[in-house]
Design a protein around this ligand. Sequence first.
Ligand code: UFG
Length: 323
Amino acid sequence: MKVLVTGGAGYIGSVVASQLVEAGHETVVLDDLSKGHEDAVPEGTRLVCGSLLDGDFVRGTLSEGFDGVLHFAALSLVGESVEQPERYYRNNVCGTLNLLEAMREAGTGRLVFSSTAAVYGEPQEVPIEETAPALPTNPYGSSKLAVDRLIGAVAEARELAATTLRYFNVAGASGRFGEDHHPETHLIPLVLKAAAQSSSVKIFGTDYETRDGTAVRDYIHVEDLGRAHLLALEAAAPGEHRVYNLGNGAGFSVKEVVEAARRVTGREIDAVEAPRRAGDPPVLVASSERIRADLGWKPEKPGLEAMISDAWAWMRDHPDGYE
Ligand code: UFG
C-alpha cells in the first residue's frame, strides 16, 4: 500500500513508519517538526513538512493519492491541555477535520487513528474494556474522544475503513528510534535520566489505594504497539469504525518501575516522594481482548524490564536525544 504517516517524525510515528517501510509499504511522512525530529524520519520514507491546520497543504499532500493514512500528529500533554484547551481542540480536532476532508476529496479509503486511555477518565472497572464509559477528565482526552466520534460518523457516511487505537503507556525504543520529548513528562524516560545523570526522580503520590500506594499503569512496548497499526491498516472494511485498546493487561506501579530501572541500569536512582500530580487516575490497565481476538495481535515484548532496557540502550546511544 501507499501510506501517509502524520506525525511520522515523532516517537511512535517514526517507529511505525520504519515498520511500514520494512513491510514493503511505500511510506510518506507528514510532520510540521514542532515536536518531531527530522533525524527521526526513517530511511526509505519521504518527509513532507507542514501543518495539518493548513487545509490547502493537507489537500495538496493527499491529492498525490494514498491507500491509507496513519494519523499520529497531535498535542498530547494532559497538563498543558488543561491550561490551553483551545489550542488542544484546534490542533487535535481541526487538524483531523482537515485531514478527513482532504482524504474524502482524494478518495483515500483507510485510516488508523492514535487515541488514548485518557478518553476513559477515571475508570469504574479495571481492566478497561472498549465498552467502558468514555468520560475524559481533561481537554486532551476529550479532544481525542471528539475525534473518535468524528471518525465514526465519517466512516459511516463516506465508507471509510477506520480504526481507533487507544494507547495505554507506551515505552521502550526500537533500533535507532526512541523517545525524545521536550519537555519530557513520562515516567520511564525521567527515571532513566535520573539514572544517567545521578539526579533524582519524583514519585507523584504515595497514598493511592494500590498495592504500594503509587499509581499503576499498563506499559506497552512501542514495537508491539506499532505492529498493531499494521494489522489495523489491513483489517478494517469500508464503512466500519473499529475501536481497540492497546496494552498488556498487566499493571506496574511507579515504585515497581523505579525498581525495575535500578535492576536494568545497575544504578541507585534516587526517588523522592512527592504529592499526587493533578488529574492522574490511580490505576489504568487495558483489556486488549478485543484486538487479540479480532486481529490476532499479541505483545511480543510484554516484560517491563525489556522495555526499560531498550529505552536505556537508546538513551545511552543518544545522550542528547536527536539533537
Ligand atoms: N510519574 C511520576 N513521576 C514522574 C512522572 C510520572 O511519579 O516524574 C507517575 C505519574 O504520576 C503516573 C505514572 O508515573 O502515575 C505514569 O505517568 P506518565 O506521565 O508516564 O504517563 P501517564 O499515565 O500520565 O500518561 C499516559 C499517556 C498520556 C495519556 C495518559 C492517560 O502518556 O498520553 O496516559 O491518562 F493521556
